[in-house]
Design a protein around this ligand. Structure first.
Ligand SMILES: [Zn+2]
Length: 410
């Protein structure tokens, strides 16, 4: 059993309980939590390690949405407009994918561990990131993605999807869980959506989809007009949208662990539907900013659970979750700072765990021992300011325990 204590311990539970001089005992799972005084009484003969001045212990961060296969992009793709970006992805896809070697993906995953991430939701379009994800020390929920709307291609696409999913399922382990992603309502044929959701329900797998990411998407889905009109006409000879947003969402009933990424253009009715589905919204603010999409209106979400993701390096400059949270902190200027900081840290921990269906993201007895620690540059005088101080001053961790093992200092 391992014992640690720090000046501050953030549980990231529903009450956002913070324990000053907090201690934790764990093996693969968390066995006990309390104050150092309690622990000294209870575990008088144990060695309880102090993590130093201004130390913080909190749950590991969960990057709920990342595309590792696009990790090689630095300056190739075009930002500033969603449809322009999409054209640039299509034009440069092969060269970007080819450059994302296993070594490159492995090194990004290692960096994530050093940056405090303990779990990822990896969206895999091709299966090229499978070996890296299987071998990584991170907890990985691996989403095999379905994409394609051309009627004459449907059978081929479905067979290909089933093959990739089978490969992922064959690698299942404590740290590697297969899941299913649907690319989006505009890019995936309703038949494929229906069939893959049937598989997800039968095997109780987590499901994720991009939804209402851009104005172009909203205009196309609702009115078959807007910036996507020429895109679909020229690329696929398609003149009308295959589905409406409400019909798309309707198909996701009875999925236990469901998340929709972006949702920045989702209207009241769609948000209500997402809420009724018990789904989570995954917020990727850097990606939304770079593609000049709308900023998610966090105040508008009511009680819909929130998770955070970096999206891929195809629409970000980093997979560092602390950087993502910090940027979100500065973007959402309509919320009180400490209230927002609490919301973002909760989203990046327990919010991600809910979306991915994992027993992690909260420091409490019985949860997986996915724990990070770091030291703030100076003393924090007020408990209420701690979440903000963490966001402002943290980009790396000193320890990153994943299921009880410090994967940073092995
Ligand atoms: Zn994405």
């Amino acid at each position: 059993m391992k014992f640690l204590y720090a000046d501050w311990l953030l549980t990231c539970n529903n009450e956002f309980t913070i324990i000053q001089n907090g201690a934790i005992a764990f093996e693969e799972t968390i066995l006990d939590i309390g104050t150092i005084d309690d622990f000294r009484n209870k575990y008088a003969n144990e060695d309880i390690e102090y993590l130093g001045k201004n130390s913080v212990i909190m749950p590991g961060l969960i990057n709920t949405h990342v595309h590792l296969e696009f990790s090689a992009n630095k300056t190739t793709l075009q930002y500033g407009n969603f449809v322009k970006w999409l054209f640039s992805v299509i034009e440069h896809r092969e060269e970007v994918i080819e450059k994302a070697t296993k070594e490159l993906i492995d090194s990004e995953l290692k960096k994530m561990i050093a940056n405090g991430t303990t779990t990822i939701g990896a969206i895999s379009s091709y299966g090229f990131d499978l070996d890296s994800c299987v071998q990584s020390a991170l907890n990985v929920v691996y989403f095999t993605e379905i994409l394609g709307s051309k009627p004459d291609m449907i059978d081929t696409l479905f067979v290909d999807f089933q093959e990739k999913l089978k490969s992922a399922i064959s690698q299942s382990s404590k740290k590697f869980l297969p899941a299913i992603a649907i690319h989006s309502p505009y890019s995936t044929h309703p038949f494929l959506i229906r069939e893959v959701l049937k598989i997800a329900k039968e095997s109780n797998m987590p499901v994720s989809a991009h939804f209402q990411e851009s104005k172009a998407e909203n205009d196309w889905l609702n009115y078959s007009h807007g910036e996507f009109e020429s895109f679909f006409k020229n690329m696929l000879d398609q003149k009308t949208s295959l589905t409406k947003p409400n019909d798309f969402l309707d198909q996701f009933k009875n999925i236990d662990n469901l998340s929709f990424t972006h949702c920045v253009e989702a209207n009241k009715k769609e948000l209500q539907q997402i809420k009724e589905l018990g789904a989570t919204i995954t917020h990727c603010p850097n990606s939304n900013r770079l593609l000049n999409n709308t900023l998610l209106n966090i105040s508008y979400l009511n009680d819909i659970p929130l998770a955070m993701g970096t999206d891929g390096l195809s629409s970000n400059n980093t997979l560092n979750m602390f950087e993502e949270i910090k940027n979100a902190f500065f973007m959402h200027t309509n919320l009180d700072t400490n209230q927002l900081a609490t919301k973002l840290l909760t989203a990046a921990t327990q919010g991600g765990a809910k979306a991915l269906g994992l027993n992690t993201g909260i420091l409490s007895k019985g949860f997986d021992a996915d724990i990070i620690s770091f030291n703030l540059p100076d003393k924090c005088n007020n408990k209420d300011d701690l979440a903000t101080a963490i966001i402002l001053h943290t980009t790396q961790t000193k320890r990153t325990y994943i299921k009880g093992t410090d994967e940073l200092n092995k």
